[in-house]
Write a protein that binds this ligand. Structure first.
Ligand SMILES: [Zn+2]
Length: 252
């Protein structure tokens, strides 16, 4: 069930596959080599089998972190706190227990493991990435996924800040501070520069298409989706509408 990915990171895949979750939610367990206590990032859905697998891999949990407020990342909060007594921290105070909400730029240290907090609003306003500097590894939540592109979950998600967040991550990659991305869904990204470029290009391309569709008379998100996402499976149109709404908002 659990898979060791780097010297400090292990993943447990939740059994909640779907359109928005790809193969399921990746719960990440971080621990400094030789340390006792671990950090659990995104405990995932409230599924007892998943939670037990996470705890088996995590051992003593020193802290629980959340990349953002969506259900598929946070639902197990209550159960994890009940079983571990660990404090939880999120940018959104609603998912913070026995601790302070996360602050952009702060460094968290748990049993020798150092984690830098990076506010990356866009997918949601509270989206946050975590940088494990010792391994040049970025935990991206749903800001960057292991496959495909992410949804800007309008109205919580906003495109302008999302593009800024991608640009910020791009800078970290260019500075040599990020060599690998561990996403909230999908496989590990080993060529982060190429993936972030693809995200930026994809966004620019979609934005052009939306602009063209609007000029041609489409006005509602649905009408835009029917034109711009005509090549995409209809099961994804609901999610596409959220992204289009965010793009229409941005263009206004
Ligand atoms: Zn998710």
């Amino acid at each position: 069930m659990s898979q060791s990915v780097t010297d400090r990171a292990t993943t447990v895949l939740a059994e909640n596959p779907g359109i928005m979750t790809l193969d399921g939610t990746n719960t990440w367990i971080l621990r400094e080599p030789g340390a006792t206590r671990s950090v659990v990032v995104d405990p995932g859905p409230d599924d007892e089998r998943h939670i037990q697998a996470v705890l088996a891999a995590a051992g003593e949990v020193g802290l629980v972190l959340f990349t953002h407020r969506h259900f598929d990342h946070t639902e197990a909060l209550g159960r994890i706190v009940e079983l571990t007594g660990a404090p939880t921290r999120s940018t959104d105070p609603e998912f913070t227990r026995d601790a302070e909400p996360l602050v952009d730029g702060e460094t968290i240290v748990v049993d020798g493991l150092s984690i830098e907090v990076l506010a990356t609003p866009g997918h949601t306003t509270d989206s946050t990435c975590f940088l494990v500097g010792a391994e040049r590894t970025l935990l991206s939540g749903d800001t960057i996924l292991g496959r495909g592109t992410t949804v800007i979950a309008h109205p919580d998600g906003v495109l302008g800040p999302y593009l800024d967040s991608l640009a910020h991550i791009r800078e970290l990659i260019e500075e040599g501070l990020v060599e690998r991305i561990l996403p909230g869904h999908g496989p590990v990204i080993t060529e982060p520069g190429a993936v972030v470029d693809f995200y930026l290009e994809h966004r620019a391309e979609r934005l052009d298409q939306v602009r063209t569709a609007v000029e041609a008379g489409a006005s509602t998100p649905r009408e835009v989706v029917q034109v711009v996402y005509a090549d995409v499976d209809e099961s994804l149109w609901g999610a596409a509408e959220l992204s289009v709404a965010a793009q229409l908002d941005f263009l206004r």
